[in-house]
Design a binder for this molecule. Structure first.
Ligand code: ATP
Ligand code: MG
Length: 564
């Protein structure tokens, strides 16, 4: 492509509304423009990179036996009623008078096809995939294409006879994902993840560590443990036994509201303090107890509570339910479900609110004094806590989720009646898996990981062009001749090149654009080199410069590109 003819709207200034590098670079390099919040127009430079990523995805999906579909984004809402997902907050559009919704994912449509056509064990296993536009009502679409309201996903679905077969499909996907992200030149890691609203029995996420990632993960550099904070656990010690009393005793704590104040006032360690928070699920109150300042992890709590929306009780509700304000609530005498964090299992000598303002109770033995407490892991781990596996300190890092693989099990097969007849003619339910990759996120992560102050440094596998030929001065006939010669030779050698042949732009400007656009190899055709019949090759990543004779330039570029 000749830059003089290309639509390549690069900009010098860093756009004010873009705060993270990938977003800034995509705007500066003319890769995309925002149409409205979370909705982007992809310009040719972006789409070329996306197509390269999609090609890699296709090859690896085909390698595990995947068959490519293209499913409708517009779905009848009745299908979503059938799976109980009509009311997920994800829908961006529903056309009421036609009973249609825009699909945020495709378990439903896949299930619809499978329920019609999977009949016998001979029809299984199947792996079906597509690369298609998804629509989600993201509440805060920031960070550019990392969180769009419209985005491109590779989604695949496995249909199997048994749970063991599901494990095989899942492992095959995990392997394909490793290949995909490795080929894309990304540094990634895999974490255990929550199955969340999808249901299912197991899930893992493929993550890229990134300062601006919206996910947080707990990881151990000692043994390699890594988990999304939604499920991460640590080896932090239990609260254990304290100063035991025959029964709880009332302690006056005037004006003491926070855990820190209480610890200071009573001169006790945080481990002796059990903090209570009240949530409402459905219409029912749930008291959640944690140690000291431990934070309640809402994902873990959601899993512990089971299905159904829940929220923190407001101050009036708290007062009505317990007779006290937030700082003085406790488990003794609480009327409702009580979930205590695992750290509190077997704990005694605890101090907690007395359900009476300005009073606490001491000497609490949870097992003895409170009936029916459920012990669940509901706390959020903190940086530096010991790893549960090897004891080394855990590190909490921000990350971007590139892909997610789920063992769905039978949730959708049950709802949509996806069944097959086994060898004995018995009807059996199909076991499903579901697997997603965000195409734009691959590109954004590549840019987050690989850029410098001057611009993008494309991993070769995703680069829109392999090489960027810069004709330094279009008024110099020799330069024009040599630039065209090398451009044609590159084409003949199968190297996809961009030729900056603009006549009205200064050399400095061209060099800046070449660095900003970030193709792996720059071929600089200038007066100085040509005096000796040479061109200059610049490797974008290292800045290394090599002089080569004009006639050998194309083969040298090809050699460099394939080595990247
Ligand atoms: P997140 O936790 O980031 O909201 P998710 O868990 O809802 O994502 P999945 O349903 O697992 O996402 O979708 C599969 C993949 O699609 C994700 O791993 C991610 O790469 C991509 N993806 C999801 N939501 C978006 C979005 N709003 N914009 C861009 N890509 C997305
Ligand atoms: Mg996910």
């Amino acid at each position: 492509m000749r830059v003089s003819k290309a639509f390549l709207p690069t900009v010098k200034e860093i756009p004010a509304d873009a705060t993270i590098p990938s977003h800034q670079l995509m705007l500066r390099a003319g890769m995309m423009r925002q149409l409205t919040a979370g909705v982007y127009a992809y310009l040719p430079m972006m789409y070329k990179a996306m197509m390269k990523a999609m090609q890699i995805i296709r090859e690896e999906m085909n390698a595990i036996g995947g068959q490519e579909f293209h499913l409708p984004a517009l779905n009848p809402e009745s299908l979503w009623v059938q799976t109980g997902r009509r009311n997920i907050p994800n829908f961006i559009l529903s056309i009421k008078e036609r009973d249609l919704v825009l699909a945020p994912t495709h378990e439903e449509v896949i299930g619809w096809i499978a329920s019609m056509h999977i009949q016998s064990y001979k029809d299984l296993p199947q792996t079906w995939y597509q690369i298609q536009t998804k629509f989600r009502n993201e509440p805060r679409p920031r960070s550019g294409v990392l969180r769009g309201r419209q985005f491109t996903m590779k989604d695949s679905y496995s249909l199997d006879r048994t749970w063991e077969d599901l494990d095989k499909s899942y492992d095959a996907h995990a392997e394909a994902y490793r290949n995909i992200f490795t080929r894309c030149g990304l540094k990634f890691f895999v974490v255990g993840a929550s199955s969340g609203a999808m249901g299912g029995t197991g899930s893992q996420e493929f993550m890229v560590e990134a300062e601006h990632g919206e996910d947080t993960v707990g990881m151990c550099d000692g043994c390699g443990y890594a988990a999304n904070m939604e499920i991460a656990t640590s080896g932090i010690s239990p609260a254990g036994k304290g100063n035991d009393k025959p029964k709880p005793v009332e302690i006056q704590t005037p004006g003491v509201k926070t855990i820190d104040d209480l610890a200071a006032f009573l001169k006790v360690p945080h481990e002796r303090l059990a903090k209570s928070r009240v949530y409402i699920q459905g219409k029912k109150p749930v008291l959640v107890l944690t140690v000291g300042n431990d934070q309640v992890n809402e994902s873990k709590l959601g899993a512990a509570l089971g299905n159904g929306e829940f929220h923190a009780a407001d101050p009036e509700t708290l007062l009505r339910l317990t007779g006290a304000d937030a700082g003085s609530i406790g488990p003794i005498g609480f009327n409702g479900r009580i979930i205590a964090d695992k750290r509190l299992e077997g704990a005694s000598g605890l101090i907690s609110g007395a359900n009476k303002n300005d009073y606490h109770l001491g000497g609490i033995d949870l097992l003895r004094d409170v009936q029916g407490v459920e012990y669940k892991d509901v706390r959020t781990i903190e940086n530096g806590e010991p790893c549960a596996t090897c004891g080394k300190p855990l590190r909490i890092a921000n990350a971007i989720e590139l892909g997610h693989i789920f063992k769905l099990g039978t949730k959708y097969s049950d709802a949509l009646n996806i069944r097959y007849l086994d060898e004995n003619g018995q009807s059996q339910v199909v076991i499903m898996g579901s697997y997603g990759i965000g195409v734009e996120r691959i590109i954004a992560c590549a840019l987050e990981q690989s850029h410098d102050a001057n611009g993008i440094i494309w991993p070769a596998a995703l680069a829109p062009y392999d090489a960027h030929v810069v004709a330094v001065n279009m008024n110099n006939k020799e330069i024009v001749l040599a630039a065209n010669q090398v451009y044609n030779a590159l084409k003949a050698a199968g190297v996809v090149a961009l030729l900056d042949d603009r006549a009205t732009v200064s050399p400095g400007f061209k060099f800046k654009d070449a660095d900003l656009l970030g193709m792996p190899i720059q071929v600089i055709v200038g007066e100085k080199g040509l005096k000796n019949g040479q061109l200059e090759l610049k490797i974008r990543r290292t800045g290394e410069r090599i002089m080569v004779p004009v006639s050998e330039a194309a083969s040298k570029v090809k050699e460099l590109v394939s080595a990247l």
